[in-house]
Design a protein around this ligand. Structure first.
Ligand code: SF4
Length: 350
């Protein structure tokens, strides 16, 4: 790799380069718990999920469902009083849980990127954009000269639709949408394979949001980037994602291709989320509102955690937790409507 190109040297892990569609990141039985004075909170509860190279995976659910915690767990960025209590995080053939913090920092900086809702929390307001980018590049590639790092940084922000001369500006001189592009530039500067974007469009107006989503798609195609898009807005996922994972109460409720999920939602929670999306074709129709509120994870409801709100609830639902199982093809769900019920004394199905 020559100095001045967009990409630098690559930190290699355990596997040869993957092809599009192969599993890049595999979560196995991952749980995250937060210690509170009132007791432990299971923010992520035994989640398993495969993320394919080159896909945009939408991770959706209401506030507090564990989606952001899961994103942080993937980067091993859970800070105390939280901790990963079970599971494996296989990235490119290596279980990140087993790595030292030093090695994890290297990989987090170079192969895994994160874009937050408010980029100002990640950008130093006293440093120019060029300083952020060149420092990032030179920290991970000490052999790159400052001039070459600057050239690469300018090319990157140019690629992301910003004028190259603005590289000498400070973060506060950019709009929210531009700052999100700069965060992506930081990830691309290091040839990140996987970018986790946590509510990246929540603070943007609809026009800038649409431009940013277009950009994500372009970058995925151009750089073979894999993107996990965390959002409460299922409409955003419909715009850009290849597959969608729906979380509820720290668990996986449903996983399917975006077409499957929108055309044939299996889980009653996913059905409720979709019905609650405003639709201009239904002018005058009252918007659906899901009954109840997300559960307090200090006291997650027994069995299927959605049972107190579910319009299709059956007696078994409060007694046994359904497994997250393949329903058909690429479509997975955790719901007793689609699984054989265990035969237990005293359990009568409706
Ligand atoms: Fe509803 Fe029961 Fe399915 Fe849970 S398992 S979503 S309560 S039908």
């Amino acid at each position: 790799m020559t100095e001045g190109s967009l990409y630098g040297e690559r930190i290699t892990l355990g596997e040869p380069p993957l092809k599009a569609g192969e599993i890049l990141y595999s979560l196995r039985d991952v749980s995250v718990e937060y210690g509170t004075r009132a007791g432990p909170v299971a923010a992520v509860d035994h989640v398993s999920l495969d993320i394919r190279k080159g896909e945009i995976l939408g991770l959706v659910g209401e506030s507090g469902c564990g989606k952001s915690t899961l994103g942080k767990a993937m980067l091993r960025m859970i800070s105390r009083p939280g901790r990963i209590t079970t599971g494996e995080l296989w990235f490119d053939g290596v279980d990140l849980v087993t790595l030292s913090e030093r090695r994890m920092r290297e990989i987090r900086g170079a192969r895994l990127g994160m874009v937050f809702q408010d980029p100002m929390t990640s950008l130093n307001p006293l440093s120019r954009i060029v300083d952020h980018l060149t420092e990032t590049i030179m920290t991970h590639e000490p052999s790159v000269s400052e001039a070459a790092a600057r050239d690469r940084a300018a090319q990157l922000i140019g690629r992301l639709g910003l004028r190259e001369e603005r590289i000498d500006d400070y973060p506060h001189q950019f709009s929210g949408g531009m700052r999100q592009r700069i965060m992506i530039a930081l990830a691309l500067a290091l040839q990140a394979d996987l970018v986790i974007a946590d509510e990246p469009t929540t603070a943007l107006d609809v026009i800038v949001e649409a431009q940013f989503l277009d950009l994500l798609r372009e970058l995925r195609d151009e750089f073979d980037l894999t993107i996990v898009l965390i959002t409460h807005n299922i409409g955003v996922v419909a715009e850009v994602a290849d597959r969608v994972a729906v979380m509820y109460a720290g668990r996986m409720a449903e996983l399917a291709s975006v077409n499957e999920l929108f055309l044939d939602t299996k889980h009653p929670y996913g059905q409720g989320l979709l019905r609650a999306v405003p639709n201009i074709e239904l002018d005058g129709t009252e918007l659906y509102q899901m009954a109840g509120a997300p559960p307090n994870l200090l006291h997650t409801p027994s069995g299927c955690a959605f049972h107190p709100r579910c319009p299709a609830v059956m007696p078994i639902c409060s007694q046994h937790q359904p497994e997250f199982l393949q329903r058909e093809g690429d479509h997975y769900t955790a719901c007793w409507l689609y699984q054989d019920h265990p035969v237990k004394p005293g359990v009568h199905d409706a």
